[in-house]
Design a protein around this ligand. Sequence first.
Ligand code: SF4
Length: 366
Amino acid sequence: MVNRRNPQPTLTWTEGPEADVPLSVCDLWVEYGAPRGAVKAVRGASFDLCKGETLSLIGESGSGKTTLALALIRLLPRSASIRKGQIIYRRDGREYDVLSLDPGDLRQFRWKECAMVFQSALNAFNPVLKIWDQMYDTVKAHDQTDRETVRQRALDLLKLVQLEPARVINAYPHELSGGMRQRVLLAMSLLLNPQVIILDEPTTALDILTQRTIIDLLRKLKQELGFSMVFISHDLSLAAELADRVATMYAGRVVEVGNVYEVFYRPKHPYTLGLIKAVPTVTGGFQELACISGCPPDLIHLPAGCKFHPRCLYASERCREEEPELIPATRGHLVACFGWEEVQRDGDKEWRQREQEAVEVPWPGN
Ligand code: SF4
């Protein structure tokens, strides 16, 4: 896709008319000011989010996922600054750059066009206000003040997220469990019918069964309401379940992006392959878990060349001097790695081996 405001074409990650792409991020750079220097949290991120799709951002803590998400709705802390880039939002044939919105338009954009579900549901609520007051305040901030209409919409949404509406709407946040609070947040994010929802690790603090409920719910809501999602997670299995496409982030950059099956079954970046190998399987024999050696880089003093080279088993002399561009390796699958073909071969081997080692797990009671 060619960005009309920028003579440089951005990477073509999607095909089809722009109307089917509500959000495009083009060469976005975000830094935090720190006493030791500038923390380069996001470095040249570019992606398109298609209508009705789920894009999962995966990567270790500190890889830039949350900063990128906060930049999308301009909720970054004061110490952060957006150095460069564009965030193009489209609806009903109109488009604008989110970064150039004035405070009034930005307030309308947040929640009405693009809503966010934060990491910790308890911290996202005001502890001294009932759920109803918080829901009403959210809508009131966007000029819709008919209490009865808002209340009915709130009750409908609470029902949609499988809660007991009459009880939950009159509860304080501390009277609800973690899973219930997360579902209330989801309902709140849908109050103004946004086109895009950003979910920042929405299931991190939840037990595995509640995680499953939330994931099933998200899938159902997306089908019913047709919004697009940016789903941030360091849990690969959740990302794989929910995503249509996956983007791997490392040291503030998107280093691989593609269709979920392509990225998980034919990874082309050593970091993605390392993340996959580090996931324990329940069908294989007991074996030591693989890990990615070393630590994520210092984002103030980044290494030269490819930022992954100090940890990479495939690194060559070229990798120590030059940072690879994100380029198409196969149709719709982009990677920033000089040695992606070798990585792909090893990925194929890994999956073949897993298939051979797979053992039948008896279901309890059978
Ligand atoms: Fe490894 Fe080189 Fe690829 Fe970087 S470019 S991930 S160092 S092989």
